[in-house]
Design a protein around this ligand. Structure first.
Ligand code: PMP
Length: 386
């Protein structure tokens, strides 16, 4: 096919192939152990797979209702009430989406207009900024504070203007593993109180939080919940990132706007998967036991790499561990990540890609949502890097 003969004016001139695609391809090419992209390399439950299968065989293969099937919205409402003491109306305040990414895009597209400012904390998950820019919004960046990636609320306050339309937060945080505290939530409450500022709270790792710490959802804070789109993903909770199913919770008037975009973007999410999840979510232990499951993986990984030249950053949540390689080389993180994949056979993600402009903290992100065997093999290789 010849290329399109006219000039193409990109709407996202800075976006290329994402680093996740690049590193996974490089890992395949060099047969490296892939700790780069955030996905489990172990199976989801056989029971969940069998449920999807059963619903397919029962004929649940056509469009679902635009907002998602009612039994799934109901079981989500029940879970939110039990865990966070908040009532979301399944009819008007809960929408099932094709994953967290679609939910984030949809929420932003629904409310952000040309010239609106959106505060984004960096390092930030990579889909935030393009979504803001495609809606004509202006991302306003605030750096998380080293060494623990806490939020610098004074810096956030300074960035608030009368054009600020939204503040985006993410807890537990990708890529740093930091979690927000109750005092962070109070600060957010103070900053937004009496304003029209909306909050987008990305809580896709709500159940991957360690050391007995409570997940500080905006849903625990009524004054925040009333101005928030809260985003969740079944992919993280049920080891099914490829199923791309998630949900967005928001007050009815915000949900109405969300659904206007959702219905023309995807119309609805995958039907048999929704039915299967509605059943499977009744097994509460699947999510209540997830923190323990992933804490063991985190601890195994950090124990295995003890004695290596990498320095650990504390990981309080998510399935990522940051490693500081400044004692090994002065190379830029992108260069080192590529060389390590090719020469040492372990793929990771350089943290600089989570910033809009170059940064060089000499940090790599490793995903520990892997089998013990994979973690052992990776650690063996990491121990050899000097
Ligand atoms: N937010 C964060 C912080 C994530 O890490 C991810 C997945 N990597 C998502 C949102 C998107 O979730 P999903 O895969 O369900 O689209």
């Amino acid at each position: 096919m010849p290329v399109y003969p006219r000039a193409v004016k990109s709407k996202l001139p800075k976006a290329g192939t994402t680093i996740f695609t690049i590193m996974s391809a490089l890992a395949n090419e060099h047969k490296a152990i892939n700790l780069s992209q955030g996905f489990p390399n172990f199976e989801t439950s056989a029971e969940l797979i069998s449920l999807v299968n059963q619903f397919m065989k029962k004929g649940m293969n056509q469009y679902a209702p635009m907002q998602g099937i009612l039994p799934l919205r109901e079981v989500i409402a029940e879970k939110m009430e039990t865990l966070y003491g908040i009532k979301y109306n399944p009819d008007t305040e809960i929408t099932i989406t094709s994953g967290g990414t679609q939910a984030i895009y949809t929420a932003i597209a629904a409310v952000i207009r040309e010239g609106d400012e959106v505060i984004v904390m960096e390092p930030a998950y990579d889909c935030y900024t393009p979504a803001i820019e495609l809606s004509g919004g202006i991302p306003v960046f605030v750096k998380l504070k080293a060494p623990d990636y806490t939020i610098d609320w004074e810096a956030v306050k300074k960035m608030v203007t009368n054009r600020t339309k939204m503040i985006m937060i993410n807890t537990p945080h990708n890529p740093t593993g930091a979690v927000m505290t109750a005092s962070d939530m109070k600060e957010l409450e103070k900053i937004t109180s009496g304003t029209d500022i909306l909050v987008l709270s990305d809580e896709v790792y709500e159940h991957i939080i360690f050391d007995g710490v409570r997940h500080e959802s905006v849903c625990l804070y009524p004054k925040l919940a009333e101005r928030s789109f809260v985003i969740f993903s079944f992919g993280k909770t049920y080891h099914t990132t490829g199923w791309k199913t998630g949900y967005c919770l928001a007050p009815a008037n915000l949900t109405a706007e969300f659904r206007k975009v959702h219905q023309f973007l995807v119309f609805c999410a995958n039907t048999p998967i929704q039915y299967a999840l509605a059943e499977y979510m009744k097994k509460k232990e699947e999510y209540t036991e997830l923190p323990g499951f992933y804490q063991k993986k985190r601890d195994r990984f950090i124990n295995l790499i003890k004695g290596s030249k990498f320095k650990l950053k504390p990981a309080a949540g998510s399935y990522f561990q940051l490693l500081d390689y400044s004692d090994i080389t002065k190379e830029k993180d992108t260069e080192f990540a590529i060389r390590m994949t090719k020469e040492a056979g372990v793929a990771s993600i350089p943290v600089s890609v989570f910033y809009h402009e170059s940064s060089d903290d000499k940090l790599l992100r490793f995903c520990f949502a892997k089998t013990d065997e994979t973690l052992e093999q990776a650690a063996e290789r990491l121990l050899k890097i000097y």
